[in-house]
Design a protein around this ligand. Structure first.
Ligand code: DX5
Ligand code: ZN
Length: 216
């Protein structure tokens, strides 16, 4: 099943409650929350207190994308504020297998993200342990960048590995996805689609999500 996970990174942060309700009305399958620490990526967004407050606003699953150093220090906190899926970057931790196990020990889904320059071989030995792999289609840190076309081969290769091993793992793509290229990334093999600026910079957020849902 193809799912749409709007990222609130490009939303109006002074009115997040209303923005999230729009996502719900449009038919979003989950809310993608980009946590950035200013070290792992050159930008800072929000953390636990904001997510905790947002948890009261919607019942949609929270897909928390951690772009932070030493994610292992904060997993418990993000579980407690209401994360349903926690994604850590392969590049952000030395003990990736341990962090994934840590996430799953709390009964939430554990996922791993790869920067554009990180090869799939980095996760080959732990792929069976994750619920989702996030292939970054831009360099993480900012919304509104263009999708890196060469990620096509990486997504296809990952899909082939998952199929060959008969695994039940989601493939998420994040960065530069819009109504013109969403069909392409699905054809590559992705089934969880993150979109930020193409939704929030559109004239009508609700209609744009509906259009995304129609085109998938
Ligand atoms: C980028 C974030 C993305 C971002 C995507 O580092 O991980 O989730 O919100 O934004 P767009 O869809 O505008 O590329
Ligand atoms: Zn993200």
């Amino acid at each position: 099943m193809i799912k749409i996970a709007p990222s609130v990174l490009s939303a109006d942060f002074s009115n997040l409650q209303e923005e999230i309700l729009k996502l719900e009305t449009g038919g979003a399958d989950m809310i993608h929350l980009d946590v950035m620490d200013g070290h792992f990526v050159p930008n800072i967004t929000f953390g636990m207190p904001v997510i905790k407050k947002l948890r009261r606003v919607t019942k949609l699953p929270f897909d928390v994308h951690l772009m932070i150093e030493k994610p292992e220090k904060y997993i418990k906190d993000f579980v407690h504020v209401g994360a349903d899926i926690i994604t850590v970057h392969q590049e952000s931790t030395i003990h990736l297998h341990r962090v994934i196990q840590q996430i799953k020990s709390f009964g939430v889904k554990g996922a791993v993200a790869l920067n554009p320059s990180t090869p799939l071989s980095q996760i080959e030995n732990i792929i069976e342990d994750v619920d989702m792999v996030l292939i970054m289609t831009v360099n993480p840190g900012f919304g509104g960048q263009s999708l890196i076309e060469s990620m096509k081969d990486k997504v296809k290769k990952l899909k082939a590995i998952i199929d060959a091993r008969n695994l039940n793992i989601d493939i998420q793509v994040d960065g530069g996805i819009n109504l013109s290229n969403v069909r392409h990334v699905i054809e590559w093999g992705a089934n969880v689609i993150v979109a930020g600026s193409s939704i929030f910079n559109s004239d009508n957020v609700v209609e744009t999500i509906k259009k995304f849902k129609e085109s998938i």
